[in-house]
Design a protein around this ligand. Structure first.
Ligand code: RB5
Length: 145
């Protein structure tokens, strides 16, 4: 079944988010891009939360969110129960947050990385699989109330 990937950003990352949406669509994923599409200044917490809720509810399989640094929108997403989101500026970390942390969301800083690296980070994240085993024990500890 086609994997559905939630996408959102603030105003600082619209172009990069749209480039990522195009890229993952070409790879065969379904990009569920919830915007915004216009460049006015907006507030990253609401966009991070909205994408996180799509993932936490099961509507989307994974999420990719962006703001200027990737940090603020990641913090907002991680407040939604069941979300594990990491900011990545390198492909190794992007692979490892899937393999070891079972991260269901990836955050990228549009003012930190260029488009070429961002697309490589996305590829590394989407193509990795959770290893389970001892890592599952640790992820369960994160998820415990
Ligand atoms: C917006 O200027 C900027 O603060 C935001 O995109 C992000 O970097 C916050 O973490």
């Amino acid at each position: 079944m086609t994997k559905r990937i939630a996408l959102s950003s603030d105003h600082a990352a619209i172009e990069l988010r749209q480039a990522i949406a195009k890229h993952i669509t070409e790879l065969g994923y379904e990009a569920v891009d919830i915007g915004p599409t216009t460049p006015e200044s907006t507030h990253y917490p609401k966009h991070g939360q909205a994408a996180a809720e799509l993932v936490a509810s099961g509507d989307c399989d994974l999420g990719i969110i962006l703001c200027g640094t990737g940090q603020g929108i990641m913090m907002a997403a991680n407040k939604v129960k069941g979300i594990r989101c990491g900011v990545c500026s390198d492909s190794f970390s992007a692979r490892m947050i899937r393999m070891h942390n079972n991260a269901n969301m990836l955050s990228i800083g549009a003012r930190v990385v260029g488009e070429g690296l961002a697309l490589d980070i996305v590829d590394a994240y989407l193509s990795a699989e959770f290893e389970g085993g001892r890592h599952a024990t640790r992820v369960d500890m994160i998820e415990a109330d």
